[in-house]
Design a protein around this ligand. Sequence first.
Ligand SMILES: [Fe+2]
Length: 226
Amino acid sequence: MRAILRGMRALCEAGAAQGGEAAPGFEALLSSVDWEAAPATESDVIKSDVIKSDAIKSDAAEPPPNPPTVERYLAAACEASSPPGSPAGDLAEALAASGHQLRWKDMYAEYDDEPDMAVFRRAYAYTLLVGPEAPFRSQRVKVGVTLQGPDVLYPPHAHKAKELYAVIGGTAEWKRGIEPWTARPPGDFVLHPSGVRHAMQTSAEPVLALVAWISDIHSTVVIVRG
Ligand SMILES: [Fe+2]
């Protein structure tokens, strides 16, 4: 867990240093997380069902199994990263070593009657590491890792939260607003301003990415149709 958090911090530092449009967001994110804090204790973490869903795995708590997506694609996504010694590569190495011990969950059960979302959600998993109810507590930001399997579309969606991504492993096509689809390799940084629709399309490789919400962390995701 510590190595993963260290890797996330280093990748965010790279995002702040690269000077692009996402840099100010990564600077804000870095100052919003107590990176030296101890994780919530296991007793804190399993106090409620809500918290339990985002908590560190514990044999004693008999956590639910990870979504099949994690077993299927986590290792391949880590292998599709940059070499160790780069921020993305180092984080991929940490996630390859112990990422399966995190508590991952699937998403969007409420969309299961929509065919494209049903396909997508069976190839997608998410783990929250920093947030109000996450192992590392923050009331200001949410930081996690997303995993999307190959050959699947994350349909266009939007949210009030201002969002940052940093690609850890795998190259996918990303779309933001009316901009063209853009291939983003490991080490790329992405800013999704508040309310701007965005989508991701994988092909041969799965994609693994750090994701952070740095405003409006209690807003909801809306799948955009039409
Ligand atoms: Fe998003």
